[in-house]
Design a protein around this ligand. Structure first.
Ligand SMILES: [Zn+2]
Length: 156
């Protein structure tokens, strides 16, 4: 079993050269070190260590531009959580969610009162015990700030 996740990757000499942070649940995992990296015909694999000392194996499919968490090391605990539905938010749904936003907590701090996942729930048609995994970066259409599930936004 694998789990799609959103990865904010550092892009150096090529796109998505190495992952820097990964977002799962409502937590942001900061990747302290890429301990190992290997290439297979279908994808790039990274064994990473987070700032909290957890180890995960991440897979990057360049064609689909999709990161997934693989089983192994500390990833098994995340993959095995019961009772929470994992909903992948595709690129078209992310664009739709962005189109409903006037501004965010960075550019309109006084008017932004709803977390971004309130909009994701409506765009994806899912709510409740749901974790959203965005396959692409969502950005505020006004100031281009990266939006996480918990970023406060202002509706149009
Ligand atoms: Zn903004």
């Amino acid at each position: 079993m694998t789990l799609p996740i959103y990865i904010d990757a550092y892009s150096g000499y090529k796109a998505n050269e190495r992952p820097e942070t990964s977002t799962l649940d409502e937590e942001l995992y900061n990747i302290a070190e890429v301990e190992d990296q290997w290439h297979e015909p279908d994808a790039e694999y990274f064994r990473v260590r987070t700032a909290e000392g957890k180890r995960y194996i991440l897979r990057y499919n360049q064609q689909a531009d999709e990161w997934t968490l693989q089983s192994g090391f500390d990833g098994d605990a995340l993959l095995g959580r019961p009772g929470i539905a994992l909903v992948t938010v595709n690129a078209a749904q992310i664009r739709e969610a962005e189109s409903k936003i006037e501004g965010c907590g960075y550019c309109h701090p006084d008017d932004s009162e709803l977390p971004f996942d309130w909009i994701l729930e409506r765009v994806a048609g899912k709510a409740g015990m749901v974790d959203f995994m965005m396959v692409e970066t969502a950005k505020c259409p006004n100031c281009k700030q990266t939006l996480t599930e918990k970023t406060l936004v202002e509706l149009k």
